[in-house]
Design a protein around this ligand. Structure first.
Ligand code: GLU
Length: 490
């Protein structure tokens, strides 16, 4: 088999859509699974849609997500650079290549000059609408003589170049997900290939580039399926073998409509800003449209690479379920290395003024302990400050009647007296104090085991279960603990 080469070919329109990230992810997984190459190409031939900095933005989002390409356009030290032997990988730098190839189609008669101006095309459209006819170009310029064409070009008339479809021919191609597709050229419009400004349309550029970049599989959203017959025909007109097509089902919202900006967050950077972990987002996105053979739902990137195949991508749209993403994100937060998680939580805690820069320098263990407690309770990093506030609320509520009973029947007064005494000897609780305090109270009171830690836990948190008591003690700190003890009248 020839080398697998796939490409993600976004247009730089401002941000990376979550559906785009899924396409990129499938490209990446498939390429790695087949030991092939994954290429990133920028499709910027529609200059009216171009937004400043969007290439940088796209590249940053892909890098954050860990969906890394082998070839194409990269960001290095803030500079856009290109790597690979099939460049340039930015379409606006390839204009002369498209011209060269469109000439070939003109020579073979598979393309023609069209001088119809906007007014004529608009009138045509109106007429077709009125008569309930199929909308599309009527072939007005299909048969202009060579002389006439030359004359009109010389006189400075604007023109486009259109593909000349045969009148009545079936175009066949196979899509891995949808099987064989047949479309008759009767139902296709003579597609513009080169615009009057000299820029190619998407259809010309994508074919020329996929061919020259030796792309083996064209993987993209199903919104491009209606264009695929045109593309299949163009390959034939050029005399090239077409790549394998893979049109992915659309990512839908809970109302089964296309996920769009109007309905909330769709940009990858929004998910980053909200405190989702890249490994959770990619794990979740892989499952939107693809299903593994097992019932397993948690996959790291290597496992996804191992398991992924287009055969298990569904034909119907995948629904983006934020609750499931939250559930998966919570799992990855719980599993994350504590120092790494603390590093992610620090900016959010700083922003909410829950910690200071001094705390980072002098009380890192305290921050780490609070992250250790909170990681069990949040589904995004951004929920950490809010959950912290609830932990630091000294108005302790008993979780259950049973907790209250246990506390009542214990020797809590004795325990907390001893606790208070120990606290009076220090300025603030540090890790060492938190770790040794229970032993000290045990020594002082002679109370051991469950009778020792359970009442203290309930007195401090209201709960019979929860994170390690030493972590709770460290996180609460001296002042909060004293307040809680006082509240119990001790
Ligand atoms: N540039 C197209 C887009 O923005 C990509 C289509 C394709 O992959 O062929 O979605």
């Amino acid at each position: 088999m020839t080398e697998v080469r796939v490409r993600f070919a976004p247009s730089p329109t401002g941000y990376l859509h979550i559906g785009g990230l899924r396409t990129a992810l499938y490209d990446y997984l498939f390429a790695k699974n087949k030991k092939g190459k994954y290429i990133l190409r920028i499709e910027d031939t529609d200059q009216s849609r171009f937004v400043d900095d969007s290439i940088e933005n796209l590249l940053k989002s892909l890098e954050w997500a860990g969906v890394n390409h082998d070839e194409g356009v990269f960001l290095e030290d803030g500079e856009i650079v290109e790597k690979g032997e099939y460049g340039p990988y930015i379409q606006s730098k390839r204009l002369s290549i498209y011209k060269e190839y469109v000439e070939k189609l003109l020579d073979s008669g598979d393309a023609y000059y069209c001088f119809c101006d906007k007014d004529r095309l608009e009138r045509l459209r109106e007429e077709q609408k009125e008569k309930n006819l199929m909308l599309g170009y009527d072939g007005h310029c299909r048969n202009l003589s060579k002389e006439e064409v030359e004359k009109r070009i010389e006189s400075g008339e604007d023109y486009v170049i259109r593909l000349r479809f045969p009148e009545n021919e079936d175009i066949k191609f196979t899509d891995i997900i949808r099987g064989e597709i047949v479309v008759n050229t009767k139902d296709l419009d003579d597609q513009v290939l080169l615009k009057s400004d000299g820029f190619p349309t998407y259809h010309l550029a994508v074919i020329v580039d996929d061919y020259l970049m030796k792309i083996s599989h064209v993987v993209r959203g199903e919104e491009w399926l209606p264009s695929a017959p045109k593309h299949a025909y163009l390959y034939k007109a050029f005399g090239w073998e077409a790549p394998i097509f893979v049109h992915l089902p659309t990512v839908l919202n809970s109302e089964k409509k296309k996920l769009s900006k109007r309905h909330g967050d769709v940009a990858v950077e929004d998910f980053k800003a909200k405190g989702y972990l890249p490994e959770a987002l990619t794990n979740y996105l892989a499952l939107v449209g693809w299903s593994p053979e097992s019932n397993e739902e948690f996959f790291n990137m290597d496992e996804l690479i191992e398991e992924f195949s287009f055969e298990r991508v569904s034909r119907t749209g995948g629904v983006f379920d934020i609750n499931k993403l939250n559930w998966i994100n919570a799992h990855y937060i719980r599993e994350k290395d504590l120092d790494e998680l603390t590093a992610l939580a620090i900016p959010v805690l700083l922003e909410h003024e829950e910690i200071t820069n001094d705390d980072i320098k002098n009380r890192y263990d305290w921050i780490k302990a609070l992250v250790a407690i909170l990681k069990e309770r949040v589904s995004t990093i951004n929920e950490i400050p809010e959950k912290l506030e609830s932990i630091l609320d000294n108005d302790v509520k008993y979780e259950t009647k049973e907790a209250e009973e246990v506390l009542k029947e214990s020797e809590i007064d004795k325990l907390l007296e001893a606790f208070k005494e120990e606290l009076s000897q220090i300025e603030e609780i540090d890790e060492e104090f938190a770790k040794s305090i229970l032993k000290k109270i045990q020594k002082k009171t002679g109370i051991k085991g469950k009778n020792l830690f359970m009442p203290i836990r309930i007195a401090l948190t209201g709960n019979q279960h929860g994170p390690d008591l030493d972590k709770i003690i460290l996180v609460l700190g001296k002042a909060n603990i004293l307040k809680r003890i006082e509240k119990l009248g001790i």
